[in-house]
Design a binder for this molecule. Structure first.
Ligand SMILES: [Zn+2]
Length: 394
């Protein structure tokens, strides 16, 4: 194959083995099936090979060559000569039709006719490690029936169905089948774009969750798998009045976040969408601007991503900023740096009335109680930040 072939064609090439695996010959007259090159023996996924020591196998090309033509039976003496006993037994078990033609069939469908659906299903099954997901959500006790009965918009359910069956085309997911795809999240450019990252862990997504009531609570489960998280939303006792609220809000918001994240690379016109995303978010009174910030810290790599989002008093999206750091020691250090960056950006923006919003615990208690609640190693960052606050125009 030439190097300049398109990736689509490379993809097709890659799947050729798969297609060959599931194409089989149904025996008819035996004049179209090649004994040693085609898959035609039931119970075998490959063409048969001659018994060791057989020197004249190439004299027999077509399956009809091993028939006793006139009486429609296998030439058992010849079979014994050509094949190992187990293969011979399989062949002897095959009935030789009298009328039918040889026919190439697709063994993934009942009627042997190729369908895209059967191909997709089988490929999907393989990529899921053959997990049976038809009745239950992956590794979960929730049934699909219960899932489809959730009262929310169909498109929201559809997104969640994709999440729970791991079929949402995240970069991480796509890279499993196509090695040309890079996994990095195009938003934060720092972590791999996995499902959990898109919906919960990306700093941009976190910024959204923080703005809805109960959103922070939802984020606390974000280290779990998607199924574990979903299960925990589902199994909350039905009599709890906020049960449906949590479930619905979480599902709907994640749907919007996914949409937002996937559209962000093609359009920057996201203002109206943001308003729709967060109908409950209350803008501040005129003339205040809200500067919301959050950090995402990975303890194993020390990589940190921070996101800062600004909205005006009408709730309009006024901009965002993203920055990343490497070699960060702790989540607290990440929080402090985020705070400092947020303030510095606030100064650059030259807005006169800014409200800084965050759920970073350490920062909040430090600022409001003036207690040295943060580690000394990080206190200098906070002190810088507080000092910079004086430069916000009044
Ligand atoms: Zn990201």
């Amino acid at each position: 194959m030439k190097n300049n072939y398109s990736w689509a064609w490379k993809g097709i090439q890659k799947q050729l083995t798969f297609i060959k695996q599931h194409c089989k010959w149904r025996l008819g007259r035996g004049n179209k099936i090649k004994i040693w090159l085609d898959v035609w023996v039931p119970g075998m996924d490959t063409p048969p090979t001659p018994k060791q020591g057989v020197a004249d196998s190439e004299h027999y090309i077509w399956v009809k060559d091993i028939f006793l033509q006139d009486i429609s039976q296998w030439n058992s003496e010849l079979l014994h000569h050509l094949f190992d006993s187990n293969v011979m037994d399989l062949i002897l078990n095959m009935r030789i039709p009298t009328e039918a033609e040889d026919k190439l069939i697709w063994n993934l469908t009942h009627n042997g006719v190729f369908t895209l659906k059967s191909t997709y299903n089988r490929l999907h099954e393989l990529s899921m490690g053959n997990l049976q997901t038809s009745n239950k959500i992956q590794n979960s006790t929730i049934s699909w029936k219960k899932f489809w009965n959730i009262h929310t918009w169909p498109r929201v359910k559809h997104l969640w169905w994709k999440c729970l069956t791991d079929s949402l085309p995240t970069k991480v997911r796509l890279a499993i089948n196509c090695r040309y795809i890079k996994c990095l999240c195009p938003l934060c450019n720092q972590f791999d774009e996995s499902l959990m990252h898109i919906l919960f862990n990306c700093p941009f997504s976190r910024a959204f969750w923080m703005h809805i009531s109960g959103g922070v609570g939802i984020l606390t489960g974000a280290h779990n798998s998607i199924t574990v998280m979903f299960e925990s939303w589902m199994i909350q006792p039905q009599h709890q009045s906020n049960h449906t609220v949590v479930l619905n809000t979480a599902m709907i918001v994640s749907c919007y976040i996914e949409k937002l994240n996937s559209s962000v690379s093609v359009t920057t016109n996201i203002g109206p969408l943001v308003r729709k995303v967060l109908p409950k978010w209350k803008p501040l009174a005129y003339p205040f601007y809200a500067l919301n910030f959050d950090a995402s810290y990975d303890a194993t790599t020390g990589l940190t991503g921070i996101a800062i989002v600004v909205r005006d008093f009408a709730g309009r999206w006024r901009g965002w900023k993203f920055k990343r750091y490497a070699g960060i020691r702790s989540s607290e250090q990440a929080e402090c740096l985020t705070f400092l960056d947020a303030i510095r950006w606030g100064i650059e923006l030259r807005y006169t009335h800014i409200v800084f919003e965050t759920d970073l615990q350490g920062i909040d208690s430090y600022i409001n109680n003036s207690t040295p609640a943060v580690a000394w190693k990080n206190e200098d960052i906070l002190l810088d930040a507080i000092d910079s606050l004086k430069n916000i125009p009044q």
